[in-house]
Design a protein around this ligand. Structure first.
Ligand code: ADP
Ligand code: MG
Length: 718
C-alpha cells in the first residue's frame, strides 16, 4: 500500500495514548499516525440497527443492546469446560451470552452494566443464546463511535482484553478526525477521474468508518486499484529500466545459424519451440537486454529452447550461467548437454554446493578467466565469490523455485556495463493474466504444444488394497522392457506419522514383491555422487524400479519409464503431483500414473458425488485435488484448479514473489482491476519508460518509497 510519508508522527502524540498503550500498539506494528490510518479493519458490524430482543430471529446475526441481569454458572466436567452464562435484557426480552472458560467475566461484566452484543442467535430450549459473538460495554448513549453505525472490527493480538477493540477504534477515529485532512493524495488526479475513484481522504474515512455500504465498496475499490497499480508500476519499472536504460548485448545471429543449430537434436522441433526460439533470437539481437519467460507444460521441451539460446551466446563469445533448483537436475542437464555438444568446441562446467575445496577453486578460476563457456549449477552460481569473465546470458530453470531477487542477483554478476540477457523457464504454467502479474517484469513466450508422438498418460486413483494388483502390473510392464517409479513422501520411517518411507519400502519390496527385479533408491539426503550413480543406472536400464522421494520432481528425463506410483498422494500439492507425473509419458510408450490414497479417499475421488457434508475443508480440498489430477494432464488446467483451491497467496508464495503483500486485493476476485491497472501502467511507461517526466515525479517517489525497499534498492538504483 502506498503511503504519503507526511504523517510520520509517533502515536504518543495522541491524547490518551501513554507509553503503556503505545507499547501495545507497537506490538501490532503500529507506531505512527500513518500506520493507524493504514491499519484496515478485519471486518465490520452493521450496528445501524439495534434490534429489540423481541424482534430477533434465530439463525440471524443480530445486534442487541441491554443490561446484565444476572450470572449463571454451569460446567461440562468431563470436558473440563466451564460455562458462564450472562443474561442480558432490554425490557423486551432476554438473551444468554455464553462465555467458555472465562471465570473473571463476572467481574468485568457486573450486573447492571449496559452492553452491546453482535452475533448469531441460537435457540436452545426456549432460550435465546449467543455463543459466538462480539460484545462491548456501552457507556454513553451518545457514543457514536462504537454504535449506531457500521462499526469497524480490527485485528488484535490474542489475549488483549476485549476493551481493546474499543481503544483502537477510538484512537483511529480521533486520528481520522484530526489528521486525515493532512494526508497527501497517492494517486494522480487524472487516474482518480478516469476510473471515478474516491480521493484518499474519503477512502480512508470510509474504510474505517463507512457512512454506508455503497461508499464502503467505493473505498475498497480504490484501495484495490491502488495496490495493483503500484505493484504493476514496480514490476513495469524493473522491466523498463533493465530494458531501456542499460545497454544490452547485441548478439549476431547469421542466416542459417538457427537452422543449423536445430540439427543438433535427433528430432524436429515443434512449432511452439521454434516460435519461442525466434522470439528469443530477436531479443538477443536487439540492443536491449532480454528479460523473457518461457513457460510451458512439463515435458514441452523447454530445455531444447534454452540450449539454442546458450549456443547463440557461446558462439558470440559470451559466458552462460544456467541456474537450476536442485543438484540432481544440474547434474542431469550437465551430462545431457555435454553429450549433445560433445563434438563442438564448447567448454561446459558444473558448479554445485558439493563441489568443494580445490575442485571448486579451479572451477571458479576458470570461470573468472573465461576458460568456461557454459556453467550449470544451483544457487551456487550466485554466491559472492563467483566471478564471471564475460557473462552474457543467464538462464534460470524452474523459476517458481527462485524469486525476483535471485534473478537480479545473477544478472548483476556481469562485470561489464552491458547487461546480460535473462531467460527464465517455468514449468508451472499459469493463467495469462496472472503471468502478467507475477512475471510483470518479463516478456512471455508460451510453448503451447507437446512434442508429437507422446502417448497419453492413463491416470488412476486407487487405495492400498489394490497394491498387489498394481505390483503385478508393474512386473508385466518391466517384462516388456519398461521401467517404473514409486514415490513416497518421506525418506525415513517416522514414528509419529504412519507413512511408508522410501528407505524402508525399498527393502520390503525387493524382498517380498519384486524379487527378480532391480530396485534402486533415490532421495535428497543422499550424497550427490550416490544420486548420480543411481540416476545413471536408471537411465541405462540397470535399475527397473526407482523408489524415491520427491527429488525426482523436477526435470528428470528417462523416456523409457512409463509407470509411476505415488503413495500417500493426498500428502502432495496439486502442482507437485503434476510435476512428479511429468517424469513419465516422455517417450513413445503408453504411460500409467497411479495415485494411492486411503480407501475412503479413493472412493470419494472416483465417485462423482461422494462428498459428505461433514467432511472438513481440508478433506474436501484433497478430494478436489486428486479428482483434478486424475481427470486431466493439461498443466494449464491444473494450475488454474490449484490456484482456485489454494488461493493466490499460497500459490505464489510471498517469498518467491519478492514483492510486498497485498492487503485488500485478491488476484482472482479482482482480476478485472488487475487487468485495468496493468493497462494503465503500460500506457504510463509507453509515454515515459523511466518515469523521468515531471508529471510522473510523484508516482515515482511513491513507489520508490514503498516498493523499492522490498526490491533491495541497490540492485536497481545504484
Ligand atoms: P521440460 O523441461 O519442458 O519439462 P524437456 O526439455 O525436459 O521438457 O523435454 C522433455 C523430453 O522431450 C526430453 O526427453 C526431450 O529430449 C524431448 N523433446 C524435446 N523436444 C522434442 C521434440 N521437438 N520432439 C521430440 N522430443 C522432444
Ligand atoms: Mg525442464
Amino acid at each position: 500500500m502506498t503511503k504519503s510519508q507526511s504523517l510520520d508522527i509517533p502515536i504518543q502524540y495522541l491524547k490518551g495514548i501513554g507509553p503503556k498503550k503505545a507499547k501495545v500498539f507497537s506490538k501490532l506494528g503500529l507506531k505512527t499516525i500513518e500506520d493507524l490510518l493504514y491499519y484496515f479493519p478485519r471486518t465490520y458490524q452493521d450496528r445501524t440497527q439495534i434490534k429489540p430482543i423481541f424482534n430477533i430471529k434465530t439463525g440471524e446475526k443480530e445486534t442487541i443492546c441491554g443490561i446484565v441481569l444476572r450470572h449463571l454458572k454451569s460446567a461440562f466436567p468431563r470436558k473440563r469446560i466451564k460455562i458462564n452464562k450472562v443474561i442480558i435484557g432490554d425490557g423486551t426480552g432476554v438473551v444468554s451470552l455464553l462465555f467458555f472458560n472465562q471465570p473473571s467475566i463476572e467481574e468485568s461484566l457486573p450486573v447492571e452494566r449496559k452492553i452491546i452484543a453482535y452475533g448469531m442467535i441460537r435457540k436452545y430450549r426456549q432460550e435465546y443464546q449467543m455463543s459466538n459473538f462480539e460484545y462491548e460495554i456501552f457507556d454513553k448513549e451518545e457514543d457514536f463511535i462504537h454504535n449506531k453505525r457500521i462499526v469497524p472490527i480490527y485485528h488484535l493480538m490474542a489475549r488483549l482484553p476485549s476493551n481493546w477493540q474499543r481503544v483502537i477504534r477510538k484512537t483511529i477515529k480521533s486520528v481520522c478526525d484530526l489528521y486525515l485532512d493532512r494526508i497527501k493524495e497517492t494517486l494522480p488526479k487524472y487516474i482518480l477521474k478516469k476510473y471515478s475513484l474516491l480521493d484518499i481522504i474519503e477512502t480512508l474515512q470510509n474504510i474505517h468508518f463507512p457512512k454506508n455500504w455503497t461508499i464502503y465498496k467505493e473505498a475498497k475499490k480504490r484501495l484495490i486499484f491502488e495496490e495493483f497499480f503500484y505493484l504493476q508500476l514496480a514490476l513495469g519499472y524493473i522491466r523498463h529500466r533493465i530494458k531501456k536504460e542499460e545497454f544490452g548485448i547485441k548478439y549476431s545471429i547469421n542466416g542459417d545459424m538457427l537452422t543449423s543449430l536445430y540439427k543438433i537434436f535427433p528430432f524436429p522441433l515443434t512449432n511452439a519451440q521454434i516460435k519461442s526460439i525466434e522470439e528469443i533470437s530477436q531479443d538477443m539481437q536487439s540492443s536491449f537486454p532480454m528479460c523473457r519467460l518461457i513457460h510451458g507444460d512439463v515435458g514441452s521441451g523447454k530445455t531444447v529452447v534454452a540450449i539454442i539460446a546458450f549456443l547463440i551466446a557461446a558462439y558470440n563469445k559470451y559466458q552462460v550461467a544456467f541456474m537450476v533448483p536442485t543438484e540432481i537436475l544440474a547434474e542431469q542437464h550437465y551430462l545431457n548437454i555435454k553429450k549433445l555438444l560433445a563434438d563442438r568446441n564448447i567448454r561446459i562446467a558444473l558448479l554445485t554446493s558439493s563441489k568443494k575445496g580445490k575442485i571448486r577453486k579451479e572451477i571458479l578460476q576458470n570461470l573468472a578467466i573465461g576458460k568456461i563457456d557454459i556453467i550449470i549449477g544451483t544457487h551456487s552460481l550466485i554466491q559472492k565469490d563467483v566471478v564471471y569473465n564475460k557473462l552474457g546470458l543467464c538462464i534460470i530453470d524452474e523459476q517458481h523455485r527462485f524469486g525476483v531477487m535471485q534473478r537480479l542477483t545473477l544478472q548483476k554478476k556481469s562485470q561489464s556495463e552491458k547487461k546480460p540477457d535473462i531467460l527464465v523457464m517455468s514449468a508451472t504454467p499459469i493463467p495469462r493474466t496472472l503471468a502478467l502479474t507475477l512475471y510483470g517484469d518479463l516478456d512471455i513466450s508460451t510453448i503451447s504444444e507437446l512434442p508429437p508422438n507422446r502417448k497419453e498418460i492413463m491416470n488412476f486413483c486407487r487405495s492400498e488394497k489394490d497394491l498387489p494388483n498394481i505390483y503385478d502390473f508393474i512386473k508385466k510392464e518391466i517384462q516388456e522392457g519398461r521401467q517404473a517409479y514409486i514415490v513416497y513422501p518421506l525418506v525415513d520411517e517416522s514414528k509419529e506419522i504412519n507413512l511408508k518411507s522410501a528407505t524402508k519400502m525399498v527393502e520390503k519390496l525387493q524382498k517380498e514383491v519384486f524379487k527378480n527385479c532391480h530396485l534402486g533408491l533415490l532421495h535428497g539426503k543422499m550424497k550427490v555422487s550416490e544420486k548420480d550413480e543411481i540416476m545413471t543406472k536408471f537411465k541405462n536400464k540397470k535399475i527397473d524400479i526407482l523408489i524415491s522421494t520427491t527429488v525426482i520432481e523436477v526435470g528428470i528425463d528417462v523416456p523409457n519409464a512409463t509407470i509411476m506410483i505415488i503413495e500417500h498422494a493426498e500428502r502432495f500439492g496439486l502442482s507437485q503431483l503434476h510435476q512428479l507425473r511429468g517424469r513419465i509419458g516422455r517417450g513413445e510408450y503408453k504411460s500409467y500414473c497411479i495415485f494411492i490414497a486411503n480407501p475412503q479417499m479413493a472412493k470419494a475421488v472416483n465417485s462423482s458425488s461422494f462428498i459428505k457434508e461433514e467432511y472438513d475443508e481440508n478433506l474436501i480440498d484433497t478430494i478436489k485435488r486428486l479428482r483434478t489430477i486424475v481427470s486431466t494432464c493439461d498443466g494449464f488446467k491444473i494450475a488454474e484448479a490449484d490456484f482456485e483451491i489454494r488461493g493466490p497467496g499460497e500459490f505464489f508464495g510471498e517469498k518467491q514473489h519478492g514483492l510486498p503483500k497485498l492487503k485488500l486485493s485478491n488476484f482472482i476476485r479482482d482480476v478485472e482491476w488487475l487487468k485495468t491497472s496493468r493497462k494503465e501502467v503500460d500506457e504510463i511507461f509507453k509515454d515515459d519508460p523511466l518515469l523521468k517526466k515531471d508529471k510522473n515525479q510523484e508516482l515515482f517517489n511513491n513507489f520508490k518509497n514503498n516498493y523499492l525497499p522490498y526490491l533491495e534498492k541497490d540492485l536497481l538504483l545504484e
